[in-house]
Design a protein. Sequence first.
Length: 393
Amino acid sequence: MHIFCIFAGIACILATLTDSFQTVILPRRAVGKFRITRLFFAVTWWPWARLASRVRNARDRETAFSYYGPMALIVLIGVWAAALVTGFGLIYYGMGSPFRDPVFPHPDLRSDIYVSGTTLFTLGLGDLVPHTDIVRMLAVLESGMGLGFLALVIGYFPVLYGAFSRREVNISLLDARAGSPPTAAELMRRHAFPGGNDALTLLLVEWERWAAELLESHISYPLLCQFRSQHSNQSWLAALTAILDTCSLLIAGVQEHPARQAQLTFAVARHALVDLSQVFGLKPTSAMGDRLPPERFEMLYGQLCQAGIRVCRDEDSMERLKKMRLLYEGYADALSNFLCMPLPPWIAEHPNKDNWLSVAKVRAQTEAVIAAQVNASSGLQPLFVEDEEHHIF
């Protein structure tokens, strides 16, 4: 029995150290089906998602989902600490509880867990004294591990929240460029102005880099996928899908637009989407509903034409776009179902009023006044009059 407790304690410590190393330090995707972190998320996310999904109000429901990521991070660190305390406690118990305990004079697991806890968290109460040199060495080892665990926690939080902040910057910027939630139609329409091709190319370059950073940070720290955006109609998955929709549209059916950069951005964005699906063990769904049925496809192309965007209206344009969509929509839908993050439509169902619309309305009024002034001055009358003191009106 004592030998079994020693081996069980050693296994518990090694499993915890390996899992924390893979989760926090290892800069690549962790492997193993029976990792503590993997089991923890498998056990906690499903009931949390079921309960949060029952909230009727959309804003309150998204708020309930947003609590999971930070709370899971804190609880996971507590699980690691509890596993280390339990592991050393089992080793002490397997060695016959070699401590002088005035409360429990006989060997007792409660005393061993208490000693392990006070040692790991470096309390150093000294009310229980070890009998042998081996136990003293184990106590020193555990206290050093406790200091390392504290340093690990201190360094873990800034890295996570730094990656989260960098991710959210571009998502917030996309609100004015593609609506909220972002859609490919709105992104294209808001760039249909003189010089819009250059602005759209620059935007795709920025999102190519954003997708690469997302790929590196979220594979190393999958918990970041659970961190929700600050606004209920925004998410990293919706933004990534909208960018993939836009790139697909540029590649398959739009003329005189940055198709080359769209191909580069599409490749990196799809790579991020596929790899993140594999991190959670998700397979692309095949029974998802059509996000762009034929009637919506015609509506999409109609809006693009009204905005002055030249589109390919040949018979195979819809088929080409469908082939592009098949490369990523199954993975996006799998992540959407798992993370409870809705995918954006191709065309905004009910356009929400955002800052861009307000500014665009004011600018349209200004341009109307400018046009009226130009028409009024068409009789070769100057728009600006110089007085005798050379002041310009």
